[in-house]
Write a protein that binds this ligand. Sequence first.
Ligand SMILES: [Zn+2]
Length: 70
Amino acid sequence: MVKKTKGSGRFGARYGAPLKQKRLNIEEKQKKLYKCPLCLKEKVKRVSSGIWYCSKCDVKFAGKAYSLGE
Ligand SMILES: [Zn+2]
């Protein structure tokens, strides 16, 4: 008699679900537009860690890693 182990391959995908949700929330925060210190429009996007870009002024500047401001 042979016993089949069913569904063992699916465990990994299920295990990763809560982590993905958390990551999504962080990305959502990073997509937020911030107020530009130059033109004062909310057009500033985070390009990479500490680098921000204003699509209105077409200018890149340094800021904090995850949020802009003091
Ligand atoms: Zn600007």
